[in-house]
Design a protein around this ligand. Sequence first.
Ligand code: SAH
Ligand code: SF4
Ligand code: F3S
Length: 472
Amino acid sequence: MIKLINPHKSRYILNVESKKFFIETYGCQMNFADTEIVQSIMTERGMKPADDAEAADIIFINTCSIRDNAERKVWDRLKYFKSLKTKKHQDKVVGVLGCMAERIREKFLEEKKLVDLVVGPDAYRDIPRLLAEVEDGRKAVNVLLSLEETYADITPVRVTGNGVTSFVSIMRGCDNMCSFCVVPFTRGRERSRSADSIIQEIQQLSDNGYKEVTVLGQNVNSYKADGVSFADLMYRASMVNPEMRVRFSTSHPKDFPDELLHVINERPNICNYIHIPAQSGSSEVLKRMRRPYTREEYLELIDHMTNLIPGVSLSTDIITGFCGETEKQHLETMSLMAQVRYDLAYMFAYSERERTLAHRKYEDDIPEEIKKRRLSEIIDQQMNIQEENNLKEVGKRHLVLVENTSKRNENQLSGRTDTNKMVVFDRLDFVRGDYVEVEITGSTSATLFAKPIRKSSIQEFYAAETTALPTV
Ligand code: SAH
Ligand code: SF4
Ligand code: F3S
């Protein structure tokens, strides 16, 4: 007897299982976390990771649209991937994922004919079906944004990485609509993932030997799910394993809750490091950027943070040459940065993005050379500040979590302090995942050098630190 089978389905399962995939990722940490979700969806269907694009049957590029140069890089890579589709490898599939997929959509297929598949950030569950369409000779697109999708039930597959530190996405999208920013258009509405699923994932990471998680969202302070606030979530996350560090990113200055500062203070494993982007030091520019705080309010918040958390390390994002930025306003950014003395800053020249309010309402009127000159001025100043800040660390003791072998010298290890500073020291018998107490012996603007003292733990190190405090 002939058994009837669905020809479409059987073909799809047979073909997909033998495929090897490779994902190249650009953009922010959330994009890297998304790649791990896609890896999970692919391996669940029996597909295997390939070592590189050349060896893969399916090449995905997870893209970023934040600035024009981020997109240009992707076009170059796509041209290269297309060149891999030689006569022998005609059936290689090339797909665009992420923010650029969402922004450029069908035009990817129509205009440039470089790709077979376009998948937006909320449609990753649909990838197996879309791949089947491609198998059938069709080009496939799904760029639907969702109000609910958080991929809460998908355990990310972490095929790369150091096995010590990991990202955990706690929310998706953004409702802030800063006038320069494309993210609300590429990532859709803000939504929070359930606290239980987040804690479960952190527990799994801890069970698998991970020692640090960074929880991610475009604005983590507005996290809210089933009555759980971000401060509550951080408290719960920190209780999973007292020997597991917890970091978070990014905090919007508009709503930094006091409870969170208290939780950071109380829990030794929540890191004393806050990424709190100012974007500009001029209240007028901030207004045009639709950042709902003034220079003064921002500085007050920074004061408040440094008073409540002694020794807290701060970092920022800054944009130079935003629409209408005068020389005086640029100098206000310089002076804000000089006043706060950030330990780290991510600095960018403004890049106009279609659909944003700035694109519709303001003229991108600062010439490229002025944007660049202002950018190099803030970078130069920031490098000096970092060098001075780091020099002050010499002689101090820190607890470093070992992440990797040093890039420059294989007899040395690298890891970060609680305050997120990179430290390099001699390997001795230490291994990845160890907490090592070190004494800082030297510094540059980007790195601290240290002498290892002993293997330690969060509880041991901070207990010693508290008892070492002078008693009054
Ligand atoms: N959600 C985060 C930022 C995510 S985007 C926050 O609000 O802080 C990361 C950084 O890219 C932004 O902080 C901003 O400094 C920069 N950026 C965003 N849009 C940009 C643009 N159009 N041109 C230049 N830099 C931009
Ligand atoms: Fe963009 Fe502003 Fe949202 Fe950050 S908060 S992602 S800068 S719109
Ligand atoms: Fe880029 Fe999208 Fe992240 S635009 S910065 S990858 S949210």
